[in-house]
Ligand binder design. Structure first.
Ligand SMILES: Cc1cc2nc3c(=O)[nH]c(=O)nc-3n(C[C@H](O)[C@H](O)[C@H](O)COP(=O)(O)OP(=O)(O)OC[C@H]3O[C@@H](n4cnc5c(N)ncnc54)[C@H](O)[C@@H]3O)c2cc1C
Length: 273
């Protein structure tokens, strides 16, 4: 059953009923349902968040708030992709045009088993997230991991401040090291690290290698010249991509042990590809 609701409060009330789940563009949800045989007692009704007008609004300037952009959670990636800045660039890089016209920014942030490229971009842009539950609304800082909400909670909006002074500006990303390439590497690193859940890690792995080549073109030549057996070993290449990701994560303020762990897992996963 698909339940259409007029506002955020009705959506939250509908989701308080047992065996209900939120749906937006359904691009991740349909695949997730297809992968797992539905268990007895699984979802009975889907609450359609794209029917809520507030969730579909993309505001350039919110009265009374600092300069920035407020993306309603049901804004599609195709619309977000028309924005300048890192969030628009990351949205433009996700999947195909057809998927981007369905997939939403809130769904990307909540689909835990998927790459969630937007989460890295939103984090780098210093985004905050507005969440609604039966008790009201609250604002949270966004981390690097996909959002993990309690049952019945929904993302209402993602708010990106004026990009000056955010992690990107402070993290040393310069025009010669475009933010998107760094973000691609970050997202790829996470996707590869969670390859057990993400059934198709190859595109993201390609993004990691592309990010590596784009960020360190000189290093490619060194690598090509180095191996005596006439080719770059997978382990050397994987270790290098892992090191690139660790350096970029470090530059973006991720604690060194976390960056090192992600780099190690990324390198191991790449060796198997
Ligand atoms: C072919 C293909 C290629 C893809 N490639 C990429 C890629 O390169 N990079 C990438 O990052 N992603 C990729 N994805 C994933 C895609 O970006 C996500 O599927 C999409 O962004 C999810 O948004 P949606 O609106 O379709 O979410 P849905 O499928 O509707 O929902 C996904 C999950 O989020 C929950 N949810 C949705 N909206 C909210 C909300 N507002 N509040 C709380 N929970 C919510 C749902 O309950 C569900 O659990 C790809 C998907 C496909 C099918």
């Amino acid at each position: 059953v698909l339940i259409r609701v007029p506002d955020v409060e009705s959506a939250v009330a509908a989701l308080a009923e047992p065996r209900t789940q939120a749906v937006a563009g359904a691009t991740a949800l349909l695949v997730d349902v297809h992968r797992a045989a539905p268990a007895p007692g699984a979802t009975r009704a889907l609450v359609d968040l794209t029917s809520v007008p507030e969730l579909c609004v993309l505001d350039e300037a919110v009265p009374g708030e600092a300069p920035g952009v407020r993306f309603g959670a049901a804004v599609t990636l195709a619309r977000a992709a028309r924005r300048p800045g890192v969030v628009g660039a990351a949205a433009a890089g996700v999947a195909t045009l057809a998927v981007r016209h369905q997939a939403t920014i809130g769904g990307n942030a909540c689909a835990a088993a998927w790459p969630a490229d937007l989460v890295a971009a939103l984090w780098c842009a210093g985004a905050t997230v507005e969440v609604a539950d039966p008790h009201g609304r609250r604002h949270l800082e966004l981390g690097l991991a996909p959002l993990s909400l309690a049952p019945g909670e929904i993302v209402v909006a993602l708010r990106v401040p004026d990009e000056r002074g955010t992690h990107v500006a402070g993290g040393g990303v310069t025009p010669t090291r475009p933010a998107l390439r760094v973000l691609t590497g970050l997202a790829a690193g996470r996707a590869v690290a969670t390859a057990g859940a993400w059934r198709h890690p190859l595109p993201s792995t390609g993004a990691a290698v592309a990010a590596h080549a784009a960020l360190h073109p000189a290093a490619d030549e060194d690598e090509a010249a180095a191996p005596a057996d006439g080719g770059t070993t997978r382990a050397a290449s994987a270790a290098f991509v892992g090191a690139v990701l660790a350096a970029e994560l470090g530059a973006l303020g991720v604690p060194a042990p976390v960056a090192a762990d992600l780099a190690r897992r990324t390198a191991l996963a790449l060796e198997d590809v």
